[in-house]
Design a protein around this ligand. Structure first.
Ligand code: PLP
Length: 448
């Protein structure tokens, strides 16, 4: 009864993110009631394993008392503090320092945001400022990658390269350019690591030339593993090769670790997998494990110094009311403590089990490819394995698969192009990982 009235209220009032508004009104909302660990309970009392950690974010799992305590204590102590006017709070200062210590190389400067989209927005503003401050204002072109996702803000949606974020919104802008993805499963350049890396390097060089040469290009953005594009894992060496080319061309390299950060692929940051240091890095999601909103831009000393010296005594005019919110920072500190105290280790162990389990689905007639790293994975479905024929590019089959998995007690991401996405909480037990795999197989059997 309660659920029915909620469905009505939702239908009439809540505009949901990235949804067919009319389709959602028809289908009605699924109300979630509570969650603990990797298990969520819906309003009907049905229990499901959350194979997607909310939206790739609840890395620590739900209902963690120490995180709740950290938030509650901070709210009692100091519910809000701005970073404006030379003020600050202890948790924000400590979190900035902890992030600087744990991040690669000289990414020692931290700008706090509310999530990933405004972290990306902030990088665009900082990069423009940086290029102007060093006397190169003509370096104002930005390059990102097809199938990449960098949020859905007015500017970030144009760096994003998924059509649904563009259609009807007037983006991308003419200073935002794309090169093809490294997507190996159907790469026209071939699927060997060398071929994919060579194709991406050539594509970046060609794009730089096409937009007027390196003296016009400000920055290149990539995700160490493309998430929302369908968990597209570049071959080993790809990230490093692209980073090196950017250095050679004097183009800032931005690693968007909003999904891959905080243990999702194994180490704290996926950049560590390739031993690279980006010029800027964006993080969010796992930073607070989704308990409260927070993101950050991690900036190299070099970029920071140019901006700081360029501004001199003037203020750098970029800020949000909720930047470095002390409650979010307190949560971030506690979540970092959990990563250190077993969560990263458990994620690595569970990730190996997840990848092995999903790989065992490779014999299924619907499974074209299984890919991923750690607790970030995808199963790409095909209607014909030999021809790699994709599922019809409409949302209907994906929604059916999502619904069937739900019936079996599993939440996964079913992308419109027939890719199933996995990003379970890092706290998953062996039996939860096994259940994710078994329920996926049962879902696929029913889909045949
Ligand atoms: N960048 C990447 C790689 C993401 O996956 C996302 C969100 O999924 C964002 C940026 C945007 O983050 P948010 O949704 O917190 O604004």
């Amino acid at each position: 009864m309660l659920s029915n009235s909620l469905i009505e209220l939702d239908r009439e009032h809540w505009i949901h993110p990235v949804a067919s508004y009319r389709g959602h009104e028809k289908a009605g909302v699924r109300v979630l009631r509570s969650a603990k660990g990797a298990t969520i309970t819906d309003a009907s009392g049905k229990q499901l394993i959350d194979g997607f950690a909310g939206l790739w974010c609840v890395n620590a799992g739900y209902g963690h008392d120490s995180i709740v305590e950290a938030a509650a204590n901070q709210m009692r102590e100091l519910a809000y503090a701005t970073g404006y006017f030379g003020l600050g709070s202890e948790p924000a200062i400590r979190l900035a320092a902890e992030l600087a210590e744990r991040s690669p190389g000289d990414l020692n400067r931290v700008y706090f945001t509310l999530g990933g989209s405004d972290a990306i927005d902030s990088t665009v503003r900082f990069i423009r400022y940086y290029q102007q401050a060093r006397g190169k204002p003509q370096k104002d072109q930005f390059i990102s990658i097809e199938q990449g996702y960098h949020g859905s803000s007015t500017v970030g949606a144009g760096l994003t390269a998924l059509p649904v974020f563009h259609a009807g919104f007037g983006v991308p802008y003419d200073w935002q350019h794309k090169i093809p993805s490294h997507y190996t499963y159907r790469n026209p350049a071939g699927s060997t690591p060398d071929a994919v890396i060579a194709a991406s390097l050539a594509a970046l060089r060609a794009k730089v030339e096409a937009v007027g040469g390196a003296e016009r290009v400000a920055a290149f953005y990539c995700e160490p593993i493309q998430g929302s594009g369908g968990v597209l894992v570049p071959p080993p060496g790809w990230v490093k090769a692209m980073r090196e080319l950017c250095r050679e061309l004097d183009i800032l390299f931005v690693a968007d670790e909003v999904i891959t950060g905080f243990g999702r692929t194994g180490p704290l940051f996926a950049c560590e997998d390739e031993d690279i240091v980006p010029d800027l890095m964006t993080v969010a999601k796992g930073l607070t494990s989704g308990y409260v909103p927070m993101g950050a831009v991690l900036m190299s000393q070099k970029v920071y110094a140019v901006i700081a010296d360029g501004a001199g005594a003037a203020a750098v005019g970029h800020g949000y009311t909720y930047s470095a919110h002390p409650v979010s920072a307190a949560v971030g500190l506690e979540v970092l403590r959990l990563y250190d105290n077993g969560l990263l280790d458990n994620g690595r162990k569970a990730g190996a089990r997840l990848m092995a389990g999903l790989a065992s689905l490779g014999d299924h007639p619907l499974v074209g490819e299984v890919r991923g790293r750690g607790m970030l994975a995808a199963v790409e479905l095909v209607t014909d394995k030999a021809r790699k024929t994709p599922l019809p590019a409409t949302s209907a089959p994906a929604q059916r698969i999502f619904d069937r998995a739900w019936d079996k007690g599993l939440v996964i991401r079913a992308f419109g192009n027939g890719v199933l996405g996995y990003a379970p909480p890092l706290c998953c037990t062996d039996s939860e990982i096994d259940a994710i795999v078994e329920r996926t197989r049962a879902t696929l059997d029913e889909t045949l």
